[in-house]
Design a protein around this ligand. Sequence first.
Ligand SMILES: *[C@@H]1O[C@H](CO)[C@@H](O)[C@H](O)[C@H]1NC(C)=O
Ligand SMILES: *[C@@H]1O[C@H](CO)[C@@H](O)[C@H](O)[C@H]1NC(C)=O
Ligand SMILES: *[C@@H]1O[C@H](CO)[C@@H](O)[C@H](O)[C@H]1NC(C)=O
Ligand SMILES: *[C@@H]1O[C@H](CO)[C@@H](O)[C@H](O)[C@H]1NC(C)=O
Ligand SMILES: *[C@@H]1O[C@H](CO)[C@@H](O)[C@H](O)[C@H]1NC(C)=O
Ligand SMILES: *[C@@H]1O[C@H](CO)[C@@H](O)[C@H](O)[C@H]1NC(C)=O
Length: 507
Amino acid sequence: MWAWASRFALFGVTATWLCCLSTEAVYADAAGVTLKLPGLGALRGSLNTSAWTSRAIYQFQGIPFAKPPVGHLRFKPPEPADPWNGTLDATKFGKKCPALTRSNQEQEFKEWTSLLTPENTEDCLTLNVYTPKLFSNASLALPVMVYIHGGSFRLGSAQEYWPNYLLEKDVVLVVPQYRLGPLGFLSLQTEDVPGNMGLMDQALALRWVRNYISFFGGDPDRVTIFGQSAGGAAVTLMQLSPLVDENLFAKVIAQSGSALATWVIDRNPVRSGLAIARLANCNQTKMADLTACLREIPVKDLLLAHSKFLVADIAAGGRGTGGNHPVIQTAGNQRFLVEPPLKSIQEGRFKHVPLLGGVTRHEGSFILGNIYDNILQEYNLLHNEDYLRHNLTRTTLRFSGIEDTTGMISDLLNEKYFQSGELGNFTAMTPGLIDICGVALLKAATFRFLLENSRQQRSFLYSFNYFGEHTKFGYGVPVDYPFPGVILPLQMASHFGLQCLQRQGHT
Ligand SMILES: *[C@@H]1O[C@H](CO)[C@@H](O)[C@H](O)[C@H]1NC(C)=O
Ligand SMILES: *[C@@H]1O[C@H](CO)[C@@H](O)[C@H](O)[C@H]1NC(C)=O
Ligand SMILES: *[C@@H]1O[C@H](CO)[C@@H](O)[C@H](O)[C@H]1NC(C)=O
Ligand SMILES: *[C@@H]1O[C@H](CO)[C@@H](O)[C@H](O)[C@H]1NC(C)=O
Ligand SMILES: *[C@@H]1O[C@H](CO)[C@@H](O)[C@H](O)[C@H]1NC(C)=O
Ligand SMILES: *[C@@H]1O[C@H](CO)[C@@H](O)[C@H](O)[C@H]1NC(C)=O
């Protein structure tokens, strides 16, 4: 039996043998397993089983990897967590990062705040580690997968992603949380509110993985980062960021998201930031005073101001991405992104690594749903043949962030995506519209990123086409559209929140 004592201290063992192989041994008492991370502290984890073959999974949840980003650390780049005394209870998830998701936000906030005290609501920078082989010897260390969840950079949490299917295979899974919405992405392009904090949180989580994953049986030299939607954009942004060391990951899987997608970067962060500040009643004229105000207001007020901003922005024809998206930083002593992704890519300034990118067949159904609700139904255009024939493709492009001022792109798309006789008939147009939306929103950007990466590294593209019962079309909201949606089952949150925000704006 391998002497694990050199790397693990196991204690509190009233000891059941859960498994006992020649090279590994796992002790656990009824309450779980305990291990010690040198320089940090002891952790008590729990046990679960995989979905199909019921193999053991050791889970350590809610491990802090950063200091709580509260008080003077709000809006600041994250700092590594302090060590703790005693044994940390890692049998429960950490608290979710604050986010408003429902249309009745005041009500939601009441429910939410009743569960949390005002002091700890922002204290959410934790990660979960799941491993099938806790006590494996270094030469048998397993590949590691770090999952960055999606949700428009303002929704979602690590709690939504369990290991039970993935850990049928020999991998260690890590799911970090990161600051969301304005807490993670507000930018005034100043030292105090630089922007990209949520991405820096992810990068710090990767450094934690580098330092500690071997104690969970993982190989720090074989880390794959993967993510979906905003998470897919985030993992490819890691390839571009000068802040992220090359040794923090070896491979990337970008699912339905890429740094090049039109919705990734907030191009007017200061304008958005100041508008959000005003809505939060932080309208001091001196930047230092305004910043102090933003740092001191309750989380609730900040989130409600952001929400009001997004709803108003969308109502005014904006895309609703201000205050909660990555920015090209022009200030801050740590700068996650310093130039537009396309420029880094064109000029080869990014970490080329083996890359798997993927899309789903009906990627575009999501955005078509928005158009259906907010334009076609709202303005009674569903049977307006002239509108469908002459305007709809352009509207569709605009929803995907592409302004087709001359109409040339729409004409080309109409020719390519519709058969003769289809234009003007919504039912007949839907397959083509779904494709146009999907290409404009995601597929082209994913393909382009892969293409550039493939000049130096192996790059693969998949399309997930199975239309099954677990599709997340609607993202938990029942949908009744006259068109289908294949959306990755993994995902819980929306691409960039347009759907629920627009519902709020119109109901
Ligand atoms: C680790 O496993 C390898 C391969 O099974 C073995 O050769 C080696 O002796 C083991 N190392 C320790 C420290 O047990
Ligand atoms: C085990 O995993 C399932 C999710 O697949 C979860 O519902 C359950 O609560 C987990 N059990 C423990 C003890 O964490
Ligand atoms: C841990 O214990 C030491 C010694 O008692 C004490 O100095 C330190 O402040 C404690 N740290 C924490 C985080 O409680
Ligand atoms: C900000 O402006 C609003 C409306 O103009 C005003 O009601 C509010 O008192 C101002 N707040 C501060 C802190 O100046
Ligand atoms: C359709 O496009 C035309 C020409 O651009 C414009 O004048 C018209 O208002 C649009 N129709 C609708 C219903 O938006
Ligand atoms: C519209 O297209 C659908 C599907 O192709 C077809 O069944 C329907 O008859 C068409 N409607 C009209 C008015 O042509």
